[in-house]
Design a protein around this ligand. Structure first.
Ligand code: G3I
Length: 349
C-alpha cells in the first residue's frame, strides 16, 4: 500500500514539474501543415535532415515547404567563377519531388554570402552586370521547374528607405534590381519571384520605398510576384495593428505575401518556472495571432508561412548566445505551447 502511494506522489510531482517547466510533451504531434490552407515552410538545415532522425521525422511530418537555409547562397553554391556546387540541391530537389514538398529558393542576390571571386572580379559596369546575371541565370536555369519561388533579392533597402550600397549597387547602380528580376524570369518563367526583407512588418519609410520601387518596376514590365516579410520578431514587437497595416499596404499593392523567416523571440526575465511558462504562453498567442492574420489575407496572395528553424537548439539566434527560444519545438525537439496552440482545433476560430 505504502509503495503505491509513494509511486502516485512521484508521478504527480513529475507531472507538476514538467507542467511548470513548460514541458509540453502532453501536446501530441499533429502534422501542423494539415491545419492550414497554405504551405507551412521550414528553413531547412540539410545536414541535420541527413543525419538526425528526430529532425528528419519532424521536418517531414510537420511541414509542406522547405527553404534551404544555406545551400543556395552564392558563397556556398557558386564558390568559384566556373564552379557550381549543385550536388546538395540536386539531392534535395529529388527528395522533395518524391515527397511532394514545395521548395523555395533563398537567395540569389544578397549583400552577405558573396564568394570572394565575385569581389575580385571587378570589370566595367556592363561586365559586372553580366557577372551578376550569369550567376542568376545558371543557378535558376539549373533548378527550373523544381523550385516554386525564389528570393531573387534579399535585404536591399535601408531602414530609411534608401538603397543599401551592396556590391551590385556600387558596381551596376540601382538598375541591378530590375536586371536581377529580369534575369530570373528569363531563366525560369514559371518560378514566382520575390523580394525578401526584414523590417517590412511595420508601416514606415522602408516599406513605402520597397512598394514604390517594386511597383514602378512592375509598370516597366519587370515581373515581381511577391514580397517576403522575414518576421524575425519578439513576443512584444511589432503590434498586431502595425502588422495588419503593413500587410494591408502590401496586399493592396497587389503582391503575394510570404511570411518568410518567422521566429518569435521570448524576451523578458525568465526568473521562475511560472514566469517561463507565462512567456511561452505569450509566444503561443503571438504565433496564433500571426497565423490568424495570414489566413485573413486574400487567398490568391497567400504564398505561405515559413518558420526559420525547427527547434530552439537550431535557431540562428543562438549565434549571439542568447536563449531566445524563438521556434515551435524546444531544444529537445518537443512541441512547445506555440505548436500546441497552432494545432489545437478547439481554440482556433
Ligand atoms: O557550413 C559552415 C561550416 O562548415 C563551418 O564549420 C561553420 C563555422 O564557421 O560555418 C558554417 O557556415 C555557417 C552557416 O550558417 C551554416 O551553418 C555560417 O558560418 C553562418 O554565417 C551561416 O549563418 C546563416 C546566416 O543566414 C548567414 O548565411 C544562418 O544559419 C541563417 O539562419 C541566416 O539566415 C538569414 C537569412 O538567410 C536572411 N535573413 C536573415 C537570416 C538571419 O540572419
Amino acid at each position: 500500500m505504502q509503495n503505491s502511494v509513494f509511486i502516485i506522489i512521484l508521478l504527480l510531482s513529475s507531472l507538476l514539474q514538467s507542467a511548470i517547466a513548460g514541458d509540453v510533451s502532453t501536446c501530441k504531434q499533429r502534422k501542423l501543415c494539415q491545419f492550414y490552407p497554405f504551405p507551412i515552410g521550414l528553413a531547412l538545415d540539410t545536414e541535420k535532415l541527413k543525419y538526425e532522425e528526430v529532425y528528419w521525422n519532424l521536418a517531414l511530418s510537420e511541414f509542406s515547404s522547405f527553404t534551404p537555409e544555406q545551400i543556395l547562397k552564392a558563397s556556398y553554391i557558386h564558390p568559384r567563377e566556373n564552379k557550381f556546387m549543385f550536388t546538395e540541391i540536386d539531392e534535395l530537389m529529388r527528395f522533395c519531388k518524391e515527397r511532394r514538398i514545395r521548395l523555395h529558393g533563398h537567395t540569389l542576390i544578397w549583400h552577405r554570402e558573396i564568394p570572394s571571386w565575385m569581389y575580385r572580379k571587378k570589370g566595367s559596369k556592363s561586365e559586372d552586370l553580366e557577372t551578376m546575371k550569369q550567376h542568376i541565370d545558371q543557378l535558376v536555369r539549373h533548378c527550373a521547374g523544381k523550385i516554386t519561388g525564389w528570393d531573387v533579392l534579399n535585404e536591399a533597402f535601408n531602414e530609411d528607405g534608401t538603397l543599401r550600397e551592396n556590391l551590385w549597387f556600387k558596381r551596376i547602380g540601382p538598375d541591378y534590381i530590375s536586371e536581377a528580376f529580369r534575369a530570373a524570369n528569363t531563366a525560369d518563367s514559371s518560378a514566382l519571384l520575390f523580394y525578401n526583407d526584414y523590417g517590412l512588418e511595420v508601416p514606415g519609410p522602408k516599406l513605402n520605398a520597397v512598394l514604390k520601387t517594386l511597383t514602378s518596376m512592375r509598370q516597366d514590365g519587370v515581373r515581381i510576384d511577391g514580397i517576403g516579410l522575414q518576421l524575425h520578431i519578439t513576443i512584444d514587437y511589432p503590434s498586431k495593428a502595425a502588422l495588419e497595416q503593413a500587410c494591408r499596404q502590401i496586399s493592396e499593392a497587389g503582391f503575394m505575401i510570404h511570411f518568410s523567416e518567422v521566429d518569435i523571440r521570448v524576451t523578458g526575465q525568465k526568473s521562475s518556472k511560472k514566469k517561463q511558462r507565462e512567456l511561452l504562453e505569450t509566444q503561443a498567442n503571438r504565433f496564433a495571432t500571426l497565423f490568424q492574420l495570414y489566413r485573413s489575407l486574400p487567398k490568391r496572395q497567400q504564398y505561405g508561412i515559413t518558420i526559420w528553424g525547427l527547434s530552439d537548439a537550431d535557431t540562428w539566434l543562438n549565434e549571439n548566445n542568447k536563449r531566445s527560444q524563438p521556434l515551435l519545438f524546444d531544444e529537445k525537439y518537443r512541441p512547445k505551447p506555440a505548436y500546441c496552440k497552432l494545432t489545437d482545433t478547439t481554440t482556433r476560430n
